[in-house]
Design a protein around this ligand. Structure first.
Ligand SMILES: Cc1cc2nc3c(=O)[nH]c(=O)nc-3n(C[C@H](O)[C@H](O)[C@H](O)COP(=O)(O)OP(=O)(O)OC[C@H]3O[C@@H](n4cnc5c(N)ncnc54)[C@H](O)[C@@H]3O)c2cc1C
Length: 235
């Protein structure tokens, strides 16, 4: 059930600079203290006094209602990224949330999640929710496309999840992989083309508009019905 969005005040509680591309920001809700959201939803953050806003998907589990995490790709370096990067611990932000209808369909017998870059954020929230909160035993596969091996994050977490939940599989895909890289190379579409697609899967795509269009083309060519494909476009 999607809750109507409302205004919240939140404060920066933690920040982890993973590498030159990704930073994780953790916010604690101050007022109101809790936000019920569905995995896949996003918040709209006010980034200046003129009231400009940017959208950021929640990357944490909906099982934690007193705060939320976002996974920031710092590359754009526009007003939104600069505002978030300059936040100090304890700084307060104004948000609206939860927003969006990018969530999973309970009737999917299998679930295929496909992200590039920071598109991983809402899909991480889905993975945590489906495995840890909902204890789903249906097959779940996550494909995540990036350029460089140095960009990879959350590897230990996804490794631990696939050990704890044998129904979960994770495929990182590198387009500029080092010679020793033994997993999928190229773009996520290359990886999807060589793997068997799971029967009757729901497909959840998140990334930029070119990636989404390309993945939809590949899936459609392989016979996936349009109503089984859901997407969230970041830019
Ligand atoms: C529903 C939704 C959810 C989103 N969730 C996230 C999220 O979880 N994490 C996140 O990092 N961003 C997310 N975004 C993108 C985010 O809202 C901003 O667009 C982004 O942070 C750039 O804002 P900016 O003000 O720094 O740059 P702007 O000045 O607004 O944009 C500069 C340019 O960068 C492009 N751009 C935007 N994002 C990227 C990117 N990741 N890589 C390369 N170019 C980009 C824009 O199209 C624009 O051309 C989301 C967008 C939407 C619509």
């Amino acid at each position: 059930m999607f809750q109507p969005p409302q205004a919240y005040l939140a404060k920066l509680e933690n920040k982890e600079v993973f590498n030159s591309k990704f930073t994780r920001l953790d916010f604690e809700l101050e007022s109101p203290h809790e936000m019920q959201f569905q995995a896949g939803q996003y918040v709209s953050i006010q980034i200046n006094d003129q009231g400009e806003r940017r959208s950021y998907s929640i990357s944490s589990s909906p099982g934690i209602a007193h705060g939320f995490e976002i996974l920031l790709d710092v590359a754009p370096m526009g007003l939104g990224v600069t505002f978030l990067q300059n936040l100090k611990f304890g700084d307060q932000i104004k948000i609206l949330g939860p927003l969006g209808r990018f969530g999973w369909d309970e009737t999917d017998p299998t679930i295929t999640l496909i992200a590039t870059g920071s598109g991983l954020g809402p899909l991480r929230s889905l993975v945590l929710d489906l495995l840890q909160e909902k204890k789903l035993s249906r097959p779940i596969i996550l494909y995540w496309g990036l350029r460089h091996a140095e960009d990879l994050i959350y590897q230990d977490e996804f490794q631990q999840l696939s050990t704890a939940f044998p129904n979960f599989k994770f495929h990182p895909v590198l387009s500029q992989s080092p010679n020793e890289w033994s997993l999928c190379r190229g773009r996520v579409t290359d990886c999807l083309s060589i793997h068997d697609l799971m029967p009757n899967s729901g497909y959840y795509l998140c990334g930029n508009q070119t990636m989404i269009a390309d993945v939809i083309t590949v899936l459609t060519q392989r016979g996936v019905a349009a109503e089984k494909i859901h997407h969230e476009k970041f830019y």
